[in-house]
Write a protein of this length. Structure first.
Length: 259
């Protein structure tokens, strides 16, 4: 699938590049130091530095006139932490799901068209590909991704399909748009998603959506199972029900009425 051309604002890009210069080892920079790192003159970056300072993204010391990251990032960071409050509320239910099914458990959110793990509980029976918090994976070939895509509004799904490539991880990955749409309809009707060797050979994943007080899908949880264990008698049906139950309990903790 061909991606649409990305249009980049050069001034904004340069401003973001300036902000990216600051890190734990480089907390303060003079105007000249910033210019040198960007291979430009001090005069050309002054308007950007002045604007970033005006709106709180940079602060300038009165003593040495050096710039450092502004406190606005602390306020913005708190918004992210509030969004991730779901992690605290989900802990008990994720642990119970892990213990009940004796399989690895994940919680994820959609981030820039990809699925990003925000929590995991390991039962000690890891699959070949190890996950970690912050890792991003394709949405179309994961149960977590498919269950979140299934609840998007039609215009949101179309925007996703127009922008994102449908990645083929295995021969079972769904890379046909119409096939994926049909799959998403079934997932929404069933209330859960399942993928069998779509992301990796030998692996099965079952996922269910997590809602907030406005009944919007804000995350998804899943269990990962080796295909050999998934095929055991009664294993699949039990795990599906447990994943749905855990997702419902987390949703209720986030204010959902539980429908």
């Amino acid at each position: 699938m061909e991606k649409k051309t990305n249009y980049t604002n050069k001034s904004l890009l340069k401003a973001l590049t300036i902000l990216d210069l600051f890190n734990d080892g480089l907390q303060a920079l003079s105007q000249k130091e910033i210019a040198d790192k960007l291979s430009c003159t001090s005069g050309t970056i002054y308007p950007l530095l002045s604007t970033l300072e005006k709106y709180g993204y940079l602060e300038r010391s009165k003593n040495d006139k050096k710039y450092s990251i502004g406190f606005i990032f602390l306020r913005k960071g708190n918004l992210v932490l509030k969004r991730l409050d779901i992690r605290d509320k989900a802990q008990h239910f994720l642990e119970q799901l892990m213990l009940t099914c004796n399989e690895n458990v994940h919680m994820a959110m959609m981030d820039e068209g990809k699925i990003m793990y925000i929590d995991r509980k390991e039962a000690g029976q890891s699959l070949m590909i190890r996950s970690y918090i912050g890792k991003k994976v394709p949405a179309n070939c994961t149960a977590l991704g498919k269950v979140m895509l299934a609840y998007l509004e039609e215009r949101e799904l179309e925007a996703f399909l127009e922008k994102e490539e449908l990645v083929r991880m295995t021969e079972n990955s769904i890379v046909d748009i119409n096939v994926l749409k049909n799959e998403l309809k079934k997932i929404k009707n069933n209330g859960y998603a399942i993928e069998i060797e779509e992301f990796q050979k030998g692996g099965v994943c079952i996922a269910a959506p997590v809602k907030n007080h406005q009944e919007n899908i804000i995350a998804a949880i899943s269990i990962s199972i080796p295909k050999s264990r998934f095929l055991e008698k009664n294993k699949s049906s039990k795990c599906i029900e447990e994943v749905k139950k855990a997702a419902l309990n987390i949703s209720k903790s986030m204010g959902s009425i539980g429908n």
